[in-house]
Every structure is written in structure tokens, then in C-alpha cells.
Ligand binder design. Structure first.
Ligand SMILES: Cc1cc2nc3c(=O)[nH]c(=O)nc-3n(C[C@H](O)[C@H](O)[C@H](O)COP(=O)(O)O)c2cc1C
Length: 170
């Protein structure tokens, strides 16, 4: 599929409420995996401004296969889907790409957009380039009650990604 046939570029300023997009709709973080791709559901993150750039911030636990892939790749995409695809998001948020191709199980397909895998079924696609990565640290939690999220000390790696392009379905 040629991505330009189905999607058109918009400005970040035209994006709808990002709290809803990430926290309620959820997103798929999609990264290249050899000749194919893997996607992981995420509902923690942010879209905002940093270092004079439009950025996306993602939080990925070290045991995710996506973590391994994001460490290898310079660029990834974020996909926001319609409510009709909630089952697909649950599949990508439950199965690991480490154990096989979950995208087909989720009924999702992938195209190449400027060298980055993107989800064809997405309503909104954000193409991103890694700028910064670091791990959350136990001693840096000002509110130590949040450590209940890390019973296994599996602190998220924070990725700050530069937003290169926002595409919406035509
Ligand atoms: C609604 C939802 C939100 C999630 N958000 C995140 C997240 O923000 N960060 C994270 O590391 N895992 C998150 N997960 C868990 C991963 O999606 C899940 O572990 C997935 O199977 C990892 O896939 P992978 O091993 O192919 O990367 C979430 C799961 C669900 C269902």
C-alpha cells in the first residue's frame, strides 16, 4: 500500500486532545523487526514540546520486545486507531512479538513510510525519530508511593522522540 494514497499530512496543532488519544484511545508503538515490524500497545506517554521540537514521550519497560527493537532503531511510528480496533490493541498489549508475529493475529497490516513501518489501519500516524533515552530511577521518585508500579524494579525507559510527521486518514 502506498501510504500517500490513504493518508495526508497535518500539523501537530491540528491534533485532537492528546490526553484522550494516549490515555483513552491508546497507541501502538511500531518498530521495525528485521524485514517485518512489531507493535506494542501503550497508554502512558505524552505529546508535547521540548528542545524547540515537537516531541512524543514513551515509556517502555525493559522486558518488552519493543524495548529491544527501539534500542536498535532510530525511528519508530505511533498509531492511533478507531474504537473498532480495540481488540487489536488488546492483542498487541497482551502478546509479545518475541513469540511470533502478533500483528497478523491482531488483524493489522504494515506499510513503509519514509523507511518507518506504519500501521495501515491507523486513524492517525505519527512518525518519530529518537532523540533521547534514559531509565527512570528509584531514587529520583519524589513521590515514593509511585514505586508500587515497579514491584519487579522494572523501571520504564523513557524515550523522547522528535515528531517528524503527523498523518491522518483521508
Ligand atoms: C492498555 C495497555 C497499555 C499499555 N501501556 C504500556 C506502556 O505504556 N508501556 C509499557 O511498557 N507497556 C505497556 N503495556 C504492556 C505492553 O503493551 C505488553 O506488555 C505487550 O505485550 C508488549 O509487547 P512486545 O513484547 O511485543 O513489545 C500496555 C498494555 C495495555 C493493554
Amino acid at each position: 500500500m502506498n501510504i500517500n494514497d490513504n493518508f495526508k499530512e497535518i500539523s501537530v496543532y491540528e491534533l485532537e486532545n492528546t490526553h484522550k488519544l494516549i490515555g483513552k484511545d491508546w497507541m501502538l508503538i511500531t518498530a521495525a523487526d528485521g524485514d517485518g515490524a512489531n507493535a506494542m500497545t501503550a497508554s502512558w506517554g505524552a505529546l508535547g514540546e521540548l528542545w524547540g521540537a515537537h516531541v512524543a514521550i514513551c515509556f517502555v519497560r525493559p522486558q518488552r520486545y519493543t524495548y529491544e527493537l527501539m534500542e536498535k532503531q532510530d525511528r519508530v511510528s505511533l498509531a492511533f486507531l478507531d474504537e473498532d480496533h480495540r481488540d487489536s490493541l488488546n492483542v498487541c498489549g497482551t502478546l509479545s512479538g518475541r513469540n511470533g508475529d502478533k500483528l497478523s493475529k491482531a488483524g493489522l497490516t504494515v506499510s513503509d513510510a519514509d523507511g518507518v513501518p506504519v500501521i495501515n489501519e491507523a486513524r492517525i500516524t505519527v512518525i518519530c525519530k529518537k532523540l533521547y533515552a534514559d531509565d527512570l530511577k528509584e531514587e529520583c521518585f519524589v513521590d515514593q508511593s509511585l514505586l508500587k508500579n515497579y514491584q519487579n524494579k522494572d523501571y520504564h525507559r523513557v524515550y523522547v522522540l522528535k515528531i517528524e510527521k503527523v498523518l491522518v486518514r483521508k
